[in-house]
Design a protein around this ligand. Structure first.
Ligand SMILES: *[C@@H]1O[C@H](CO)[C@@H](O)[C@H](O)[C@H]1NC(C)=O
Ligand SMILES: *[C@@H]1O[C@H](CO)[C@@H](O)[C@H](O)[C@H]1NC(C)=O
Ligand SMILES: *[C@@H]1O[C@H](CO)[C@@H](O)[C@H](O)[C@H]1NC(C)=O
Ligand SMILES: *[C@@H]1O[C@H](CO)[C@@H](O)[C@H](O)[C@H]1NC(C)=O
Ligand SMILES: *[C@@H]1O[C@H](CO)[C@@H](O)[C@H](O)[C@H]1NC(C)=O
Ligand SMILES: *[C@@H]1O[C@H](CO)[C@@H](O)[C@H](O)[C@H]1NC(C)=O
Ligand SMILES: *[C@@H]1O[C@H](CO)[C@@H](O)[C@H](O)[C@H]1NC(C)=O
Ligand SMILES: *[C@@H]1O[C@H](CO)[C@@H](O)[C@H](O)[C@H]1NC(C)=O
Ligand SMILES: *[C@@H]1O[C@H](CO)[C@@H](O)[C@H](O)[C@H]1NC(C)=O
Length: 838
């Protein structure tokens, strides 16, 4: 850390007269010169002058003091760079902070407060939250100004986003102009107060993404934002202000939300181990996040693989069938022809897991319950739909939102979201009455509405346009939201071909595979999993590949198979095994992957001889790699993928021993399309299966979390979960839990590690491992939580309850006998597939 002489001198003076150190404060006659810094009392933040990369311009700003990669969180003179190093930041006798030439010839920035009583002491203090506060009074009685009220591109914990009703100040977070120019850029993130308050990401005046209104738990457009281990966010609406505040529960963790120059909102967490910022969350994620993607009364569902993501809300139909057919939803929908509304018999269809429409056209009454809300809406003919205003108290009635007018920007989520009730007439209601909807019906009939000839003609026209445009666009790179809807839609319809081309996904002839694998010879067999067997292959060009021969019980047709493969091929991450191509022939379906010579993680950790190749540092790296891969599958990729067969042998190591998850996405091919669902066909590996999956066929991302927990404990202990342990506990979890209770968890560590491990890290991993294998899925963290827990080294973790699969099953073996023939406790090392009757 760099302490300049002036500041040291100040510090000495203070030491002598004050008996307290205070280099976080600037007083009247102590300007801060370029080259000096103020450091907050806990040394978290520093204030000083900096130059962004590749420029010599100087800016006054605040950055993380301890983070090795300079990360600026606030800039004073954003649009007014200084060209030399002769400036100072000072507090003057008018009670303002000034950034100016030493000789006062030029002022670059000031706090511009007027009418302050000047007979007082002024000082500016950099707080440990990163807030620079201008105080008045000897004891800092009055705060005149704070940097948190003028955010740059970063939203820090403790900061408020929203409206100060007394001063009229609406705080806005705005992007930099570019990575080397902190000037106010195009993108802003701010709350708007038409209807009920909503948070928007905008480019200039154009809305790009709507985080939405506050649901009581989080923003309606951020489904993952449930109360969790890491943050507590709260929304405050009283006479003084209407704001949201974020806090990180453990304040020693560095977490920041940034509005980037490329038009995204991203949250990062500092990982001291790897010395890098780790992406934690970002938005917008998919095309349905694009504001108003499907127009008025439209409904966006991104989880439809190839068909058009836009639908109409129940009771509505596309305004323009032609546009709809070419997959442009922007014109939206209208009431179905012949609908009479506001008649006797009107009712509501519930859409589950949605982001409710833009509330600019909505009315809110927070004192009504859901039932009263329904009545209110039914009685008023202009009311189109309603939803709860506070989902954390939905049952007891936490408020009422009713929509009167066009409903924009509605979409579905794979989990999270809330229920939205849309008004329909009696006929429509009868159609939906038989079942509670969780997804909208598809507008399949549309396909047949337009004569084929017209369609072909339209398509041809557009393909020509498209090709021409595409050529013209070729050098522009990613254009994000700027592609007109029609073109984007068309891309969708050409998707299969395009992806095949872009991704070099090969279609292999069966004969090629047969030759490569020596007719699937036993000597080439690498392993067997829940979805089929894997063979090593050598292509004629010498390239080594791994061929997954899917078991023939897949019910999918060829077209569906191809579609799924295309989607899986889009999943690309450094911790996932790369798909090279596929092959199908009659009932045979095969996937061809890159070959990783180091084989599976199981061949290291469960092997006495090779276990020592993986020291703790390496193992911890592997664990984090697996976490990132899973995080990508669960939350970051456009498709949400549940792996369903995560285990040591499905984690392959590359030549540098980096982990790569294999076999992901296969559950989709085998018809596990839903995100959380029950399946009659339990595929997976005993020892890694969560209780609800093994017994009831219930799977969700939390069943993967369970498997991950087992894997984590296996990596630490070098023992298989299903190997017999001591007399009292059945398996590894039981054993770990025993030791955990006795506070001796560290004795489970693989003996081949000797003493050369970081006890803190290992204890943390064991703790996380136990949390992941909790009996109740809801008690398990998500992978986002896990990533956070592991990177923040000692974040406050909840204490675990007794994990699943231990004693309960010793005494009630029959609980699972229906699925686990052979009884619990038998050593199952092979993956098995069972058809389960429910
Ligand atoms: C700085 O310039 C170098 C070389 O031109 C370039 O590679 C780098 O990306 C630039 N950095 C930033 C932040 O613009
Ligand atoms: C620094 O730059 C400003 C603006 O270009 C100029 O007015 C000032 O004289 C310069 N100061 C020194 C010490 O060169
Ligand atoms: C300072 O505030 C006054 C009024 O409060 C305003 O007119 C002026 O433009 C502001 N100056 C700057 C540099 O922001
Ligand atoms: C929602 O309900 C919870 C629980 O009663 C309450 O704590 C919270 O303040 C409510 N939120 C809003 C925005 O009313
Ligand atoms: C976060 O939680 C702590 C205690 O659990 C509470 O004191 C604090 O006010 C909360 N902060 C927010 C922003 O909700
Ligand atoms: C309800 O609307 C449909 C069109 O969506 C129409 O055919 C039907 O007659 C309407 N029913 C009533 C009772 O108005
Ligand atoms: C909200 O509902 C309550 C109960 O019906 C009613 O007394 C109150 O006037 C309503 N508030 C508004 C703003 O409409
Ligand atoms: C229906 O609701 C709208 C919006 O709240 C309101 O302006 C209108 O007066 C209401 N109509 C009736 C009949 O209550
Ligand atoms: C917060 O995290 C730090 C390290 O990141 C850890 O040392 C400390 O114990 C944690 N505090 C709590 C209350 O969990």
């Amino acid at each position: 850390m760099y302490h300049a002489r002036g500041i040291l001198a100040t510090m000495l003076i203070f030491l002598i007269f004050h008996f307290s150190t205070s280099i976080d404060t600037m007083t009247l006659n102590q300007p801060l010169e370029d080259g000096n810094i103020l450091v907050s009392s806990g040394e978290k933040f520093a204030l000083g002058f900096f130059s962004p990369a590749n420029t010599t311009n100087r800016y006054a700003g605040i950055w993380y003091n301890k983070v090795s990669e300079q990360t600026v969180v606030w800039v004073a003179n954003r649009d007014n760079p200084i060209t030399n190093t002769s400036c100072v930041l000072s507090v003057d006798e008018t009670g303002n902070l000034f950034l100016h030439e030493k000789d006062h010839s030029l002022v670059y920035w000031s706090t511009n407060i007027s009418g302050v009583d000047t007979n007082n002491d002024f000082s500016a203090q950099l707080l440990d939250s990163g807030n620079l506060v201008l105080f008045q009074g000897v004891n800092k009685e009055v705060s005149l100004w704070e940097s948190f009220d003028q955010p740059s591109n970063t939203f820090l914990p403790g900061m408020k986003l929203g409206l100060d009703k007394k001063t009229g100040l609406n705080r806005v977070v705005s992007s930099w102009k570019s990575s080397n120019n902190p000037g106010v850029g195009d993108y802003s993130y701010k709350m708007e107060f038409i209807g009920s308050a909503q948070l928007f990401l905008s480019k200039g005046k154009k809305r790009i993404w709507r985080a939405g209104s506050w649901t009581g738990r989080g923003w309606s457009g951020v489904p993952g934002m449930t109360p969790n281990f890491i943050f507590n966010a709260s929304f405050v609406n009283n006479n003084d202000e209407e704001v949201v505040v974020y806090n990180v529960r453990n304040s020693s963790i560095f977490s920041r939300l940034v509005v980037t120059e490329s038009g995204t909102v991203e949250r990062f967490t500092w990982n001291e181990g790897d010395r890098e910022w780790v992406g934690f969350w970002s938005a917008p994620k998919d095309q349905c996040d694009g504001y108003n993607h499907c127009g008025a009364f439209g409904f966006c569902d991104p989880y439809k693989p190839v068909t058009f993501e836009c639908d109409c809300l129940p009771g509505y139909e596309p305004r323009s069938l032609e546009d709809w057919y070419i997959r442009d939803g922007s014109k939206g929908c209208k009431r179905k022809v012949g609908t009479k509304m506001c008649e006797v018999g009107d009712g509501f269809v519930e859409l589950a897991r949605v982001k409710v429409p833009d509330t600019s056209t909505a009315r809110v009454n927070m004192s009504l319950g859901l039932e009263a809300c329904k009545e209110l809406c039914l009685r008023n003919c202009s009311c189109m739909g309603y939803a709860s205003g506070n989902i954390s108290v939905e049952a007891s009635g936490g408020g009422c939102i009713t929509w009167h007018g066009d409903m924009f920007d509605t979409r579905t989520f794979s989990d999270g979201g809330q229920s939205f009730y849309i008004r329909v007439n009696a006929t429509e209601l009868a159609k939906y009455a038989s079942k509670r909807l969780s997804k909208l019906p598809r507008n399949h009939f549309l396909v047949y509405v337009i004569p084929v000839i017209a369609a072909v003609f339209l398509l041809c026209t557009f393909i020509c346009c498209y090709q021409r445009k595409k050529n013209a666009k070729r050098n522009e790179g990613e254009s994000g939201f700027n592609i007109p809807n029609g073109l984007k839609a068309l891309e969708g319809s050409l998707m299969e071909k395009d992806i095949g081309k872009n991704m070099d996904l090969d279609v292999f002839d069966l004969s090629v595979i047969v030759i490569a694998t020596d007719n699937f010879s036993a000597s080439n067999k690498l392993g067997e999993g829940g979805f089929g067997s894997v063979y090593k292959g050598m292509m004629v060009n010498g390239q080594e590949v791994a061929v997954k021969r899917l078991s023939q019980s897949s019910s999918q047709g060829i077209q569906e198979f191809k579609n799924e493969v295309m989607l899986i091929a889009k999943l690309q991450h450094k911790n996932l095994v790369r798909l090279l191509g596929y092959c199908f022939h009659k009932d045979e379906k095969m996937l061809v992957y890159e070959y990783l010579p180091n084989k599976g993680l199981d061949s290291f950790i469960f092997d006495q001889a090779k276990a020592s190749l993986l020291d703790w540092k390496k193992r911890f790296q592997i664990i984090r790699g697996i976490v990132r891969g899973l995080l990508y599958l669960h939350h970051d990729s456009r498709l949400k993928i549940i792996h369903r067969d995560l285990k040591a042998s499905n984690v392959l190591l590359d030549t540098n021993l980096n982990p790569k998850i294999a076999d992901f996405g296969l559950a989709k091919i085998f018809g596990g399309d839903e995100d959380e669902a029950t399946t009659r066909r339990v595929v997976g590996t005993y020892g890694y299966m969560s209780p609800e999956y093994a017994m009831q066929g219930l799977f969700s991302i939390k069943s993967d979390v369970f498997s991950f927990g087992i894997l984590l404990l296996e990596i630490i202990s070098g023992r298989k979960n299903n190997s017999y342990y001591r007399e009292n506990s059945l398996n590894l979890i039981g054993h770990v839990w025993d030791l955990w209770k006795q506070d001796k968890a560290l004795s489970v560590v693989d003996s081949s590690l000797g003493d050369s491990f970081d006890a803190c890290e290992v204890r943390l991993c064991i703790h996380v491992g136990i949390l992941c294998v909790q009996e109740l899925a809801s008690d398990r963290p998500t992978m986002t939580d896990v990533a956070y827990m592991l990177t923040s080294q000692g974040a406050m973790l909840p204490s675990p309850n007794q994990p699943a699969f231990i004693f309960r099953q010793v005494s009630h073996g029959r609980d699972v006998s229906a699925s686990a023939s052979g009884g619990v406790g038998t050593v199952f090392n092979e993956a098995i597939t069972i058809l389960q009757a429910r």
